[in-house]
Design a protein around this ligand. Structure first.
Ligand SMILES: Cc1cc2nc3c(=O)[nH]c(=O)nc-3n(C[C@H](O)[C@H](O)[C@H](O)COP(=O)(O)OP(=O)(O)OC[C@H]3O[C@@H](n4cnc5c(N)ncnc54)[C@H](O)[C@@H]3O)c2cc1C
Length: 297
């Protein structure tokens, strides 16, 4: 693995960046719960990252739970290492506003500190960043001829945006699937970009699962809550081609997004593995062979 820089900036010595763009990625028809933003932050000092790493953000203010300053939250980097404009001095994030109900105080729909802070930032605002963090969710050095299956829910799409661009810039010659689960069609993040990339590269298979609009046509085979369309249904529908990819010993599976998405996907993988007549569950095989990479939160 080529050298990956981690934690160059920590809570005690953060880098200060300036917001240059903050645009909503989802239709305004949806409320704040579906407000997902593409935020570009430019910095003057070096911030050497690669796709698959995360940026640490500290919201300003005091955490009422600890009476101490807030600690950092991680956000997956959504740009290539050279940034959206190719100049190498910016990082892009894809952030959804988080809200929660507080059982202690009875307050409802309390805004999460960091996500709402980020989503409210305006161009020109300064923001403190740490990181880059993590090196387990990146592409391997020998990715070029592999088959790669990316599965995302919601903002879990972020790392794949940079990875896919870098893969094709490096003349990727394997096959890559992008399974993207999202509630509404007009909330599909970066849809135009992925469609354009798939039009350009016949070895990219871009598949969306729109849970609140499309129905699961095979609930008896792949049960889902209220027969909703989820990523694992799409994966099962593609099982023949995926079997071929998994049979090649080098196919990698990346999962990123909502905690719990693995629980829906693993049984489907195991069904596919059974049809492949594997001795062990496919999810276990992929784990053991370090071909399963997971970033869920
Ligand atoms: C590796 C990694 C990558 C990530 N990438 C992304 C990404 O690309 N995009 C993205 O949008 N998110 C991402 N996240 C999630 C992100 O880090 C934050 O967890 C998320 O934005 C919520 O943070 P927040 O500060 O808004 O909410 P917080 O304020 O931290 O609230 C989170 C939870 O803490 C509890 N809580 C908070 N305050 C209180 C209180 N006063 N009393 C009681 N309970 C409380 C609640 O249960 C609440 O649901 C990622 C996480 C990880 C670990």
């Amino acid at each position: 693995m080529s050298e990956i820089v981690v934690n160059l900036y920590k809570q005690a010595n953060p880098i200060t960046g300036t917001v240059v763009e903050n645009k909503r990625l989802t239709s305004e028809r949806h409320g704040l719960d579906q407000d997902v933003r593409h935020i570009v932050i430019r910095y003057k000092d070096a911030y050497p990252y690669i796709p698959g790493q995360s940026a640490g953000i500290i919201p300003p203010g005091i955490d009422p739970r600890t009476n101490k300053p807030y600690i950092l939250r991680l956000y997956s980097i959504a740009s290539t290492r050279s940034g959206d404009d190719g100049k190498g001095d910016s990082v892009s994030l894809c952030v959804v506003r988080h809200f929660f109900d507080n059982p202690k105080t009875g307050e409802k729909h309390v805004p999460g500190a960091a996500s709402n802070y980020l989503c409210d930032l305006k161009p020109g605002d300064q923001v403190k960043m740490m990181g880059p963090a993590g090196k387990h969710f990146v592409l391997p050095d020998d990715f070029k001829a592999r088959d790669i299956i990316f599965a995302a829910t919601g903002t879990g799409i972020a790392p794949y945006r940079g990875m896919l661009k870098e893969m094709f810039d490096a003349s990727f010659s394997g096959r890559v699937w992008l399974y993207f689960g999202i509630p509404y069609k007009d909330a599909i993040l970066y849809d135009d970009e992925f469609k354009a990339l798939a039009n350009q590269h016949k070895n990219l298979f871009y598949v969306t699962a729109v849970s609140r609009e499309d129905m699961n046509p095979i609930p008896d085979v792949v049960p889902t809550r209220s027969n909703k369309m989820y990523v694992q249904v799409r994966m099962y529908q593609d099982k023949e081609i995926l079997k071929d990819a998994f049979t090649k010993r080098n196919a990698l599976l990346y999962l990123c997004g909502l905690k719990g998405m693995e629980e829906g996907i693993f049984p489907v993988l195991d069904m596919i593995g059974k049809e492949m007549k594997l001795e062990k569950p496919l999810s276990q095989v992929l784990k053991e062979e370090k071909r399963l990479l997971v970033e869920v939160y």
